[in-house]
Design a protein around this ligand. Sequence first.
Ligand SMILES: [Zn+2]
Length: 442
Amino acid sequence: MKFHPQEKLAMNLALLRVGIDDTDSKEGMCTTYVGAVAIDRLKAQGIKLEGYPKLIRLNPNWKLKTRGNCSVAFEVRISEHQVPLVKDVVLGAVNELAELHHETTNPGVVFYQGQKIPAKLKAFSKKVVRGVATIEEAETMAREIGAEVHKFKLGRGIIGALAAIGNTLEHDWTFELIAYRIPKNWGTSRKIFAASVIEMNSKTTPNTFDNLDPSTGEIRITPHTPCPILYGIRGESAEIAIKAHRLVKALEPIERVVIYKTNQGTDEHLRRARIAEARPNWSVIVDGKVCREPRVIPGGHVIFQICDETGKIDCAAYEPTRRFRDVVKKLTVGDKVRAYGGIKEKPELPLTINLEKIAVLGLAPVLKKINPLCQRCGKRMESEGRGKGYSCKRCGIRLSAKAAKIVAVPREIEPGFFEVPPRARRHLAKPLIRAKPVEREY
Ligand SMILES: [Zn+2]
């Protein structure tokens, strides 16, 4: 039987929102899988979700983050007597699947029954994506809005669980279809027909993205961790993700498939800032002028410094960003840039923006002094030494140091946007392929 939403309200159905976080470890599991199992178990009980479940990526700079730092949330509309059943299923899935034996895995589950997401919960959610929130703040927020929290061990996951419920994905969002492996195959190498991924990519880009790394041809839809994911396809809509999924040939069984609506690829983590405002754990967009030449440091990382009227900050293109470093190396003092990236908390180092992308807004002229030509024979004259002028060895003509010519050196870089390759991209970072034309203007 189908009811109009108004009728559902009239029938006194409860809208129960569920958030889950911090169930994985470096050795395995993935909160998206715990969510997927809970969702499928609810479906088996005849309980369907309202809309898509959400996969919310949290602050990528925070030192206490989980591996991929993702949390999940979903909503079910049920009659009041089914509420305990839903809670049992969700808590049961976390208890059974979370890496509880791992010291750093501290799951949290939040249930919230409310027709609307309160403004302060939305603000809390933004804070968890862009900054840092404590377990105490999450508990206070839960108490204020009347949400029910379940802490496993330290229960740090309640922060992300609450943030996932509170993220309404209003301004920008993408989808990710995730196909999971059967448990027997977890930790073994993933078997997928590479050519089918290449075909899928050519048939679905730019509406799917980050399937392949264009510089290396490496397949990016399969993770490299021992987690339950076989592959994940990111796209602009659920429909395109399904189309792409049908084109990919897995060479091993797929246990289940879930489509998440997500803040991945949206730049939600970034905030505009002037240099003096930048803080550790933030991800920022700052405009500045290059004030110290790029230099390569041990490990192959490229570091340069930018400044604005408020201060100076280092920018880094780390080794895994590969060719992006070659772009950055071509910058010189005086170039105007817009830097996008995260700032890790490293008290021993100056604040550094870990570049995700860069817009070169304007190039400084690079000038070079060259020796003048001999007016009689046309040959390039030779320098007599620093400040001593020039002479033509053939004709014997001499000119003062002032005769030097100043010429502009052609630059090897042009204004425009440059980004790290998919292999080095943060989950939250918006690929240039997603940027609408108006956002590409600068
Ligand atoms: Zn001459």
